[in-house]
Design a protein around this ligand. Structure first.
Ligand SMILES: [Mg+2]
Length: 272
């Protein structure tokens, strides 16, 4: 019977794993779903407003989207600093990265706030705003006695608030790592290094789950196994082809569309 997930690396190590590292946005939470449209839209608008772009709309959109997605997983302010560099490279005078970040968050929060609202008022259930079956894989890992760690490039207060609304934080205990407001020094790589050091485990005993290039590269850098989460757009099912390509290029060993296959995936990963 074919596996319900895609194995990109035929020689991927199969467990047991002694720790699991999760990204938050797009990997567990869907509350910020649509953020790339908001971020890229703002940057394209700014470049046009400054008269710094001659490319046709789809070309400009593609160029900005590429650097935004390459940096997905770093603190958001890092993407804004890259945009400031783009403005400068085109002969403009950029605002500060912090100013761009504030504008982006204003735009994004207009969308996110409505999602908080329906969750806070109990109109939507947490399961509606997580990657399908996210709760199940966390429960499954806990039952296997595997400590789970959360590392997000989103500000820590937002991760804690949204994670609480989505009821996904309990399994992580105190292992929730995210930057304090706009701290560009936060790094998922450091989180991965700290996990190995504090648990005294080898890199290949770490399994990572993420939809971003950054966590994928960092888990691979320490020798871990990476499961790329390439969810389809809302209303669609299956694997998102562009996300899949990006995650494969970053080194993902396995690709899943969501956690619908989590039981089979964990059994396979553990070689049960
Ligand atoms: Mg993510």
């Amino acid at each position: 019977m074919p596996l319900p997930f895609e194995v990109l690396n035929p020689t991927v190590r199969r467990g047991p794993f002694r720790a699991a590292l999760f990204d938050f946005d797009g990997t567990l939470s869907l509350i910020r779903e649509g953020w790339p449209r908001v971020m890229v839209g703002m940057m394209v608008e700014r470049l046009r407003g400054l008269n710094l772009a001659r490319e046709p709309e789809d070309e400009l959109w593609g160029l900005v989207e590429r650097f935004v997605m390459e940096l997905n997983g770093h603190p958001t302010v890092v993407q804004m600093a890259r945009f400031a560099d783009e403005v400068r490279a085109r002969g403009g005078t950029p605002d500060t990265a912090d100013a761009y970040l504030a504008e982006y968050l204003d735009r994004l929060m207009a969308v996110v706030q409505q999602r908080w609202d329906v969750l806070e008022r109990g109109i939507a259930r947490p399961a509606a705003w997580v990657v399908p079956n996210a709760h199940a894989i966390l429960t499954n890992l806990a039952a296997r006695g595997v400590p789970v760690y959360l590392a997000s490039g989103t500000d820590r207060d937002a991760v804690v608030h949204e994670g609480t609304l989505l009821d996904v934080l309990t399994p992580f205990g105190s292992h929730v790592y995210a930057p304090c407001p706009a701290d560009p020094t936060f790094s998922k790589g450091r989180v991965a290094d700290d996990i190995l050091r504090t648990l005294g485990i080898r890199g290949d005993e770490l399994v990572g789950f993420g939809d971003g290039v950054v966590e994928t590269k960092e888990v691979k850098r320490v020798g871990g196994v990476m499961v790329g989460v390439a969810s389809a757009e809302p209303g669609e099912t299956g694997v998102h082809p562009e996300k899949r390509v990006r995650l494969a290029a970053a080194g993902a060993d396995i690709i899943i569309p969501d956690y619908g296959c989590q039981e089979a995936l964990l059994r396979w990963l553990w070689g049960d």
